[in-house]
Design a protein around this ligand. Structure first.
Ligand code: PGA
Length: 248
């Protein structure tokens, strides 16, 4: 399994930010892990051109479940692929919350991503209230059962565990909390998919920074990270990439 560092730029970046993308690519000409940045949709085509011939892959942050049609403002998986994207983040907690996305919708979007040849990075994670109620593993099980298609494989899917309370807050889950959930996810998908899931990558996300990346990457069944704020600048993102390379 090749490990993965994915950056989620969220609603940040105009064309000036392509320089940051070039700087990230230039700093890692032959990385020992897979590298992906998901810029806003407005930058996808330019980002693909800017990184052409480098090992930095480009992805989307969401897609519609239909390939085309009357869906004003939405973007389809084939459109992402047409812009040079190779992956798409789906079911991020900000979309589940702000756009009321359900597990079923996330699953349908993942199927659309598979059809377009994109890797689906399916996000799951509990809220603070759910954790405090002791429901974390039940929530994770429901999200896995509902969001992950039956046709998911190590080649077409990545799972990102992002505790909602750790996203953009500076609060990182403890290493024990991360390990418990990642081990649970690995057991769940192994029971469901058998060998097909053995190489399926499990990313941790939520306030991953240069200062905490190495210890997080030391946790069992953590195969990389989904990074928000610290993926915007090369100076923050590079140490995280190097920390993951340090585990190989
Ligand atoms: P953060 O975001 O690293 O800024 O906490 C992570 C994410 O939402 O993917």
């Amino acid at each position: 399994m090749r490990k993965l560092v994915a950056g989620n730029w969220k609603m940040n970046g105009t064309r000036a930010a392509l320089d940051d993308l070039r700087a990230i690519a230039a700093a890692h000409p032959s990385p020992q892990v897979d590298l992906l940045i998901c810029p806003p949709a407005t930058l996808l085509a330019a980002a693909s051109s800017a990184t052409e011939g480098t090992p930095l892959y480009i992805g989307g942050q969401d897609c519609h479940a239909a390939p085309s049609g009357a869906h004003t403002g939405d973007i389809s998986a084939p459109m992402l692929a047409d812009c040079g994207a190779t992956a798409v983040i789906l079911g991020h907690s900000e979309r589940r919350e702000n756009h009321h996305e359900t597990n079923g919708l996330v699953r349908d979007k993942a199927l659309a991503a598979f059809d377009a040849g994109l890797t689906a990075i399916i996000c799951i994670g509990e809220t603070l209230a759910q954790r405090e109620a002791g429901d974390t593993l039940d929530v994770i099980r429901d999200q896995l059962d509902g969001s992950l298609p039956d046709t998911a494989t190590a080649a077409n899917s990545v799972i990102a565990y992002e505790p909602v309370w750790a996203i953009g807050t500076g609060k990182v889950a403890s290493l024990d909390q991360i390990g418990e959930v990642h081990d649970f996810i690995r057991e769940n998908i192994t029971a469901r998919f058998g060998d097909a899931a053995s190489g399926l990558r499990l990313l941790y996300g939520g306030s991953v920074k240069p200062g905490n990346a190495a210890e997080i990457f030391g946790v069992s069944n953590v195969d990389g990270a989904l990074v928000g704020g610290a993926s915007l600048k090369e100076v923050d993102f590079s140490p995280i990439i190097k920390a993951l390379e340090g585990t190989i």
